[in-house]
Design a protein around this ligand. Structure first.
Ligand code: MN3
Length: 250
């Protein structure tokens, strides 16, 4: 890797941290192997090679059945998420070349690609970690500080659940529903993100996201996005979301 590429990577990491929240994609001991306590977010980057990497699914492809089917999980993780990782690494290399060439339109093109693929990588990494099979703690309701904050900011878990699902169901086109921590006010809020990153509020820390691109549900649910969103609620890994919240609020 050239020095320029290294600088670009650092810049991109910084940009993703702002965009995505202060998530540091660092601290990977071995590609694909989560470190003990930091399995939350640090598994998408390999410091040794300086490349972003596809983190392994933290459970089997069929572990979220019947809510999320194995075929969808396999294609979504192995093909779609892998495509974002590949796209991000490629876009950063192309961006370095564009900068060296001084071609402003190419720089603009590849900068947008870094934002899109980089956000796709962050989103999917958090998406997998935000779910767990019911036999391993998926579903139910949060506890602790996060539960208190949900009562404070939404009026109760049921009201949060309704708002989160309503937001996810009504994203226009492809996108995400996110529960985020807004650090200026210290409040929780729900955002609708289009594509991978549009309509995100800068600085917000993503805690829980549901992918509502059709590739996330169409094989099993076809046009019934509402049913998919309702099913997702049964596999939320609230323990993971609570850890992200505690980290964000220190
Ligand atoms: Mn997806």
């Amino acid at each position: 890797m050239t020095k320029t590429e290294q600088v670009d990577r650092r810049a991109a990491i910084g940009a993703m941290a702002m965009l995505g929240s202060g998530l540091a994609f660092a601290g990977v001991a071995t590609a694909g192997q989560p470190e003990a306590d930091d399995s939350l977010i640090s598994i998408g980057y390999d410091k040794a090679t300086g490349e972003y990497v596809l983190p392994p699914l933290p459970y089997d492809y069929d572990a979220l059945e019947p809510h999320l089917d194995a075929q969808t999980m396999r294609i979504h993780h192995d093909k779609h998420h892998a495509g974002y990782v590949r796209g991000l690494n490629a876009a950063l290399a192309a961006l370095a070349e564009a900068r060296a060439s001084g071609d402003a339109s190419l720089i603009q093109h590849w900068t947008k690609k870094v934002s899109f693929h980089g956000s796709g990588h962050v989103n999917h990494t958090l998406f997998w970690l935000g779910m767990a099979p019911p036999s391993r703690g998926g579903g139910g309701e949060p506890s602790g500080k996060l539960a208190d904050a949900i009562v404070r900011d939404f009026g109760g878990f049921d009201k949060f659940s309704w708002q989160f699902q309503a937001a996810a169901k009504s994203v226009e086109g492809s996108g995400w529903g996110w529960l985020v921590h807004e650090p200026i006010s210290g409040r929780l809020t729900v955002l609708q993100v289009e594509n991978q990153q549009k309509l995100l509020m800068t600085g917000c820390v993503p805690l829980l996201g549901i992918d509502v691109w059709e590739h996330a549900y169409y094989l099993k649910y076809q046009n019934r996005r509402s049913d998919y969103v309702a099913a997702f609620m049964h596999v939320i890994n609230w323990g993971h979301v609570e850890r992200l919240y505690e980290r964000a609020t220190g």
